[in-house]
Design a protein around this ligand. Structure first.
Ligand code: ARG
Length: 365
């Protein structure tokens, strides 16, 4: 802890040009010796959260790392408070569609007081109900969370493929409790297509804000396990993965059928053509709804700008090729045609052991 804290304080003083870090270093050391931990100043917290974004190997959207807004809610540690402030996070991030990058930080882990946890991997997730026939209504990715919510006493939603799950929040030492997200906190976009009027009969939609809520924000040796954060969507995340992956909504066959494509053989490239139309539909619909969304060509260019900018500042940028390169039209983007190395850093966003894994250890509740 002392080493990580020291390195972070020095980094902060250097980058923010705060002068000699000696006084702050001494104060942090004294706090750690007395209490086993230390408390970040607001400025340290904001700087740490931003640099953690800058250090995210998998994120293509890092050009704007320095514009992240931070809501300091370190005094909140009760389940209801976490749920209410998470809903408020969504409202302040969404702003009717003018999405901004936002992070809300709740109480950190302390030696005597473990932090509260959000079990959902994102604040907004769609339920996946396992049917008696073994199929899934909704998002198959979220069957585990859906089961957990039902076991917590959530009565279930109306049963559409796009039922918004409640938040599952766990206070230290207690079973998780469920909290429905208020409707005014969740903006969704119905998918239409720029040319095909029949598209609406597919009944597709997606939520406006991707807010990751199961990653731990680590800053200078302190772990904030509950620190939901969001940027805005890149269309391919929805159109080429969430709605298209065979283990997610698996919609390419339905889209291809609507388009009248020959699905009898792979060589008609019906999957490829369906993917393109699905992705056009996502960008078109978000644009029409006035909801911030980026496309993979723009974002790839921005990432290259980010790399150049960081290099000029003398900083190395870690990146993971398999995450940075977009899932469609990869070779038509500049990020495809080069290599990267991943770098482990502090501050960083890291995955703590999956909440659902821990839940299994809890048995019945
Ligand atoms: N890929 C995830 C999803 O489709 C979201 C990950 C974060 N994405 C972002 N644009 N900040 O829900």
């Amino acid at each position: 802890m002392l080493r990580a804290a020291g390195a972070f304080v020095v980094l902060h003083h250097t980058e923010a040009r705060l002068g000699d870090p000696a006084a702050r270093l001494a104060a942090v050391r004294a706090q750690i010796e007395e209490t086993g931990t230390y408390r970040h100043t607001t400025a340290e917290l904001v700087f740490g959260a931003r640099v953690a974004w800058r250090n995210a190997n998998r994120c293509i959207g890092r050009l704007y790392w320095n514009s992240l807004t931070v809501r300091d809610r370190r005094d909140v540690r009760d389940a209801r408070g976490v749920a209410e402030e998470s809903a408020q996070h969504l409202r302040e991030a969404t702003r009717g569609g003018r999405i901004r990058a936002l992070l809300t930080v709740f109480a950190p882990d302390a030696p005597d007081r473990p932090a509260p946890r959000i079990w959902n991997e994102q604040l907004v997730r769609y339920a996946g109900y396992t049917r008696p026939d073994g199929g899934v209504t909704g998002d198959p990715r979220n069957t585990g969370l859906t089961d957990a919510a039902l076991r917590c006493g959530w009565p279930g939603g109306p049963g559409t493929p796009f039922d918004v799950l409640p938040l599952l929040v766990q206070e230290a030492g207690a079973p998780p409790r469920w909290f429905a997200l208020p409707g005014d906190a969740v903006l969704e976009v119905e998918l239409t297509h720029p040319e095909h009027a029949w598209w609406t009969s597919l009944g597709l939609r997606w939520h406006a804000v991707p807010a990751l809520s199961n990653m731990c924000l680590e800053i200078g040796g302190i772990c904030y396990p509950t620190a939901p954060f969001n940027g805005w969507y890149m269309g391919t995340e929805i159109g080429a993965r969430n709605l298209a992956d065979t283990d997610r909504y698996d919609l390419l066959p339905a889209v291809a059928e609507g388009l009248g494509l020959d699905t009898g053989t792979d060589r008609t490239l019906w999957k490829d053509r369906a993917l393109v139309e699905l992705n056009r539909s996502v960008l078109h619909s978000f644009d029409r709804a006035g909801v911030t969304v980026t496309d993979h060509h723009t974002e790839s260019r921005r990432f290259v700008t980010h790399l150049d900018r960081e290099e000029r500042k003398g900083r190395r940028v870690g990146a993971d090729w398999s995450w940075i390169v977009p899932p469609i039209s990869a070779s038509a983007t500049p990020v495809f045609h080069r290599t990267y190395e991943t770098i482990d850093s502090d501050p960083a966003y890291v995955h703590h052991p999956d909440a659902l894994e821990r839940a299994r250890g809890l048995g019945d509740f």
